[in-house]
Ligand binder design. Sequence first.
Ligand code: HEC
Length: 149
Amino acid sequence: MMTFKMASYTLAFLFGGILATQYQPGLEYADIITNEPSAENPENLAPAMDSVEMVGKKLFLNKCASCHNRNMEDALTGPALSGVEARWSEYPKEDLYRFVRNSQKMIAEGHPQALEIWEVYKPTIMNNFNLTDKEIDAILTFVEYQSNR
Ligand code: HEC
């Protein structure tokens, strides 16, 4: 009886710990989109953003914005992401997905586009992200949307 209880507490504690370390506090939407209705500007129109872009925005703010400037135009710890699909357009889309999932692997393999950006930013290493193609597409859609504002 006691052992079962203790085991479940231990499990709960472990999972809680894992969740706590994975959790990155989300930035507020208002941080990035200035024409959203807010307490100060209630008459602002909601941005014409479809749900793919909203998903991409959420992912970008939670996972990428700490290193990639949210204005998409200026470098930060990492390069500005505006125009990134064009820079990678000589290669299959899969390569860009793979870079987001594990950039160091592609750099080690000597992928020319990965090496080009690494030459500029090394030794700064990008995190690996366990994201699906669809999630990365959503982020890229948001990057595009944000670049053209
Ligand atoms: C810890 C900082 C950091 C985070 C977080 C980060 N990146 Fe990066 N990113 C970099 C750096 C630095 C580079 C340049 C290459 C290098 O040094 O590895 C880069 C390069 C890239 C490139 C290649 C750009 C180009 O012009 O070829 C893409 C695409 C990219 N990141 C996407 C993302 C996405 C999407 C996310 C969020 C899911 C993300 N990054 C999160 C630091 C980061």
